[in-house]
Ligand binder design. Sequence first.
Ligand SMILES: NC(=O)C1=CN([C@@H]2O[C@H](COP(=O)(O)OP(=O)(O)OC[C@H]3O[C@@H](n4cnc5c(N)ncnc54)[C@H](O)[C@@H]3O)[C@@H](O)[C@H]2O)C=CC1
Ligand SMILES: O=C(O)[C@@H]1CCC=N1
Length: 280
Amino acid sequence: MKVTFIGTGSMGSLLIGAFLRSGALQPHNIYATNRSSHKAELLAKRHPGLHITHSNVEAARGSHIIFLCVKPLDFPSVISEIRDVLTADQIVISITSPVLIQMLENLIPSKVAKIIPSITNSVHSGASLCIYGKRIQPENRILLKQLMSSVGTPLALRETETRIASDIASCGPAFISYILQQWIDSATELTGISRREATILGAEMLVGTGKLLTEGGFTLEELQQRVAVPGGVTAQGLAILESRLQGVFPSLIEVTHRKYDEDLSKLEISFNNIAQNTRG
Ligand SMILES: NC(=O)C1=CN([C@@H]2O[C@H](COP(=O)(O)OP(=O)(O)OC[C@H]3O[C@@H](n4cnc5c(N)ncnc54)[C@H](O)[C@@H]3O)[C@@H](O)[C@H]2O)C=CC1
Ligand SMILES: O=C(O)[C@@H]1CCC=N1
């Protein structure tokens, strides 16, 4: 199987590394290309046998699966570049939410899926969000599900749910680590605990909390109830969070959706231009 990655920045290289470590792919399966070739060259050094090319067209030609790992606004130029060599039996995957499946299906003959990974996939953990286009066949779903299962938990979603799901699964590690960082900053400043110790405690606490929620059968509410002993300290802390976090998460969802809508509008214009130029 030939699997191509166009864009070997943060996520492209992370996915390649994770698939190789899991054994789901071997270096000889992988063809990688990046706008600035040194990133792809570094990958080839790190994973002997991995193929790099300096041409997106060559990388895409004849590939069974093509992961497009570029930023949303780079999609139109990549699609324009490779569309002539794409065929109906190939699977083209967008890893970014504002590129709608329909936008790609309008321009290319291939089967299209959107799979939004998460940095957590680099430690074979966390979810990957899978949205399948109308040309994806049951056997394609099985293949993609198998591949993504090797690096985390694939969850099939509707495309309308992608933004909010990606906020939680993909942006979440940044949001949660920001909250933990603020907490640790206060802890070190106010109590003298070392940053290192506080960070280990926080990280272990996150892993354990995740396990309780996934394997331990706890709901979020049950966790709070079990930990907040009546008359104890946790209840006092929860009361502060309840009053101070009011409105924070609605605002967070509002800004991520606003940015998504901006990217979507720009992409609609660029993709329409490509379609019109093709007709004209
Ligand atoms: N960083 C994250 O945790 C997640 C990112 N994503 C999505 O992944 C996509 C990529 O994000 P990152 O990897 O973080 O960005 P990045 O900037 O690290 O990587 C993008 C790469 O694409 C390359 N590139 C740009 N145009 C190209 C072209 N025409 N041909 C070949 N290569 C080209 C760039 O040189 C760069 O190396 C984004 O659309 C983002 O929404 C999705 C889930 C999680
Ligand atoms: O910040 C971003 O745009 C990407 C999308 C999901 C995670 N990171």
